[in-house]
Design a protein around this ligand. Structure first.
Ligand code: 5GP
Ligand code: MN
Length: 338
């Protein structure tokens, strides 16, 4: 855990006027919840704040309070660069390396702002002036809550902030079921509910607003499920053609990878998704127990993440990526079968 002088940011916050918040590329519930939770807090405090997301994010997150104010870098490069250039403080949330924010990286490297990292991924790089990093935390949203506590601002948590932070904790913990969920996580959640987060509405907004296309795509994904019982591994693939056939929209494959882990005895689950326009295959890895998918993703698929949830990519075709995966898998026989 690194927790360098994070409270000293108070002095910087006293004088800063313009603040920018950047989540990682392909923002998820935790990245957007943390960014918008912090956005409301800083805005209420009187700062001029902008959330700049590297690229667009799923529709099922667009109800989050403040979502309409989010600037998408990909489609507003000029304005974004101007705001980053003007910012005195840049918060980078839910990622551990500047390359995780895509093209925004160039603009951030040119900025003279004070950088703050709040993140729960392993092996944080050291680009930030203030680093609050703890890989034992359930989510960056839980860390933003603790950050506000450190600033003695717990009483400043409004229903809007509580809603944003609850959402990210919920999505990053698989609705409070992953081992990263601690009793302290539940205490944070309890306080967020007391502060106005409506748990039933949030769950409904995230999980029960599927399109028919998405559920049909899930059907296709499950038909493609392959199981290697011996190595306690299951994987799913989706080709570009299958995605197109179901009018794929960003976020439609969210959560699919977890179905592999729902099989009895399976501890390692993977999904391979062909992204023709990016010329690559995007891969998500999930595990149960101590099989380290972060290590696996880093070693073989140019990725990273956490012990039980990681991602990566491959330049090979979808089929060849799967062939490569199946060739690598036996190297892990001992860890997968112990
Ligand atoms: P997901 O599979 O949901 O995209 O990502 C799971 C976790 O792995 C997230 O914490 C995410 O930040 C991380 N992750 C996903 N893709 C990549 C990647 O390409 N590189 C790295 N370093 N981390 C990734
Ligand atoms: Mn996260």
């Amino acid at each position: 855990m690194i927790d360098t002088r994070i409270l000293e940011i108070t002095a910087e916050l006293d004088t800063a006027e313009n603040i920018v918040i950047v989540p990682h590329k392909g923002p998820d519930g935790d990245a957007m919840g943390a960014s918008l939770g912090l956005y409301h807090f800083l805005k209420d405090k009187g700062h001029t704040v902008h959330v700049i997301a590297p690229n667009d994010y799923p529709q099922f997150l667009k109800w989050l309070p403040g979502s309409e104010e989010v600037i998408i870098y990909d489609s507003n490069k000029g304005l974004s660069d101007e705001l980053i250039n003007k910012a005195e403080i840049v918060f980078t949330l839910d990622f551990n390396h500047l390359s995780r924010c895509g093209l925004v990286q160039e603009s951030l490297l040119a900025s003279e702002a004070v950088f703050v990292m709040i993140d729960h991924h392993q092996e944080p790089s050291d680009y930030a002036d203030y680093t609050y990093s703890n890989s034992k935390m359930s989510s960056t949203c839980e860390m933003v809550y603790r950050f506000l506590d450190k600033l003695r601002a717990n009483k400043k948590i409004t229903p809007q902030i509580a809603t944003c932070l609850y959402t990210g904790i919920m999505t990053d913990t698989g609705s409070f079921r992953f081992s990263s969920t601690s009793s302290d996580t539940h205490r944070v959640i309890a306080d967020l509910m007391d502060k106005g987060a409506k748990n039933d509405q949030i769950h409904n907004n995230i999980y029960d607003t599927n399109s028919e296309d998405k559920l049909q795509l899930l059907g296709t994904a499950l038909k493609n499920l392959k199981v290697n019982k011996e190595l306690r591994t299951a994987y799913i693939s989706l080709s570009q053609e299958e995605l197109d056939r179901h009018n794929f929209k960003k976020g439609d494959t969210e959560g699919f990878v977890n179905y592999g882990l729902a099989l009895e005895g399976i501890i390692f689950a993977v999904i391979f998704i062909e992204k023709e326009n990016e010329d690559m295959v995007k891969i998500s890895f999930r595990s149960k127990g101590d099989f380290d998918v972060n290590k696996f993703a880093r070693a073989h698929f140019d990725g990273g993440g956490h012990i039980n949830a990681a991602g990566g990519k491959s330049d090979l075709s979808l089929n060849n990526t799967i062939v490569k995966f199946n060739k690598i898998l036996p190297q892990y026989t001992e860890e997968l079968t112990k």
